[in-house]
Ligand binder design. Structure first.
Ligand SMILES: NC(=O)c1ccc[n+]([C@@H]2O[C@H](COP(=O)([O-])OP(=O)(O)OC[C@H]3O[C@@H](n4cnc5c(N)ncnc54)[C@H](OP(=O)(O)O)[C@@H]3O)[C@@H](O)[C@H]2O)c1
Length: 309
């Protein structure tokens, strides 16, 4: 009997998701249209309602449609004992690499300064800094952080990376654990945050962290809004402790009208678009894991919900 993968029909680009599984020997159905919840073998989810997954009594795997797992936290969301797989999509990672490179190069090549100069018709060249003399620190060296680190190494930046456990990414000086965080921060001209939002990382982009950076360092946050204290960011920008910030994620999304971030001259703001899932490449990741499951092989990218990512 053909197995069933259920996905929510209110996903963006639902039709593309259905098409992406075209070549796979699996029935892909809209979750809401399933008569018998016990017939569903796998579920691809985003913000499931409390209790909804519990009704799928024969579920083997839960796939998160996003790399972040915030949408699966809360009471009565996850039935116990069913593996949760984080999204790892080559298309999503490629988009994140583009966003991070864009922001790093923008600061590295003084673009905000030149934009201001243009407004004032000022013709003034700033001495270029060679990439090896520019230190970029990355918080989070996972699927996305390590891809960004490798791309920055390719451009000859001096790249540092921080993770929970010890990591070895070629060309990147690694730091791990809370004890080693300040040693990295003290060297960063540009700090890029690609951490997941967990109990341990919540609010990590705060005044204490900014004070540990060299004065005038730049911040890029494309992780999650819950990682940042927006009041501290504004204060650090106003005092000059931060030279600028590129923010793709916010404590409250959409960013409320009254937020001072909207028109702060030192902030580049984007509406959580650093990258997006591409159904075609995401479906490959999902189907690969389904194949592993069928063959009794270990699953990949299994989330540790206790740890939070
Ligand atoms: N803005 C966007 O459009 C967008 C798109 C996609 C993803 N994201 C965000 O990007 C995040 C990262 O994605 P990913 O796929 O790279 O995640 P991942 O593979 O799970 O990697 C997470 C990294 O963070 C590190 N980490 C977690 N907790 C830590 C702690 N307490 N101290 C130090 N390091 C810690 C992990 O350390 P270990 O390596 O030791 O485990 C790992 O290196 C997602 O969670 C999501 O929030 C944003």
């Amino acid at each position: 009997m053909t197995e069933i993968l259920a996905i929510k029909s209110d996903f963006d680009r639902f039709g593309e998701w259905i098409d992406a599984f075209d070549q796979c020997d699996i029935d892909v159905v809209a979750w809401e249209k399933v008569d018998d919840p016990a017939s569903i073998d796998y579920a691809l989810v985003w913000k499931p309602e409390p209790g909804a997954l519990h009704r799928l009594t024969n579920l083997n795997i839960i796939f998160s449609i996003g790399a972040g797992l915030d949408h699966l936290k809360g009471d009565n969301i996850l039935p116990p004992g069913i593996p949760v797989i984080k999204m790892a999509d080559s298309g999503l990672t490629a988009g994140m690499v583009e966003y991070v490179l864009y922001c790093v190069l923008r600061y590295h090549r003084f673009m905000p300064e030149y934009e201001r100069q243009q407004e004032n018709r000022t013709w003034h060249g700033i001495l270029q800094v060679p990439a090896p003399q520019r230190t970029v620190g990355i918080l989070g060296l996972g699927e996305i952080g390590s891809a960004c680190a490798r791309a920055l190494v390719q451009l000859d930046f001096n790249v540092l990376g921080w993770s929970r456990s010890e990591k070895n990414v070629q060309g990147v000086t690694g730091f791990h654990g809370n004890d080693q965080l300040d040693a990295m921060l003290g060297q960063c001209d540009i700090l890029v945050c690609l951490l997941p939002h967990t109990r341990e990382t919540a609010g990590i982009l705060n005044a204490r962290t900014f004070a540990a950076l060299p004065k005038g360092a730049f911040l890029v946050n494309a992780g999650r809004g819950g990682l940042q204290d927006e009041r501290d960011i504004v204060e650090a920008l106003n005092s000059g402790q931060l030279g600028g910030a590129a923010l793709d994620v916010f404590q409250v999304e959409p960013l409320p009208d009254h937020s001072p971030l909207w028109n702060h001259s030192k902030i580049l703001l984007t509406p959580h678009v650093a990258s997006m899932n591409l159904p075609a490449t995401s479906a490959q990741h999902v189907y690969r894991n389904i194949m592993h499951f069928r063959e009794g092989q270990p699953l990949t990218h299994v989330a540790d919900m206790e740890r939070g990512y």
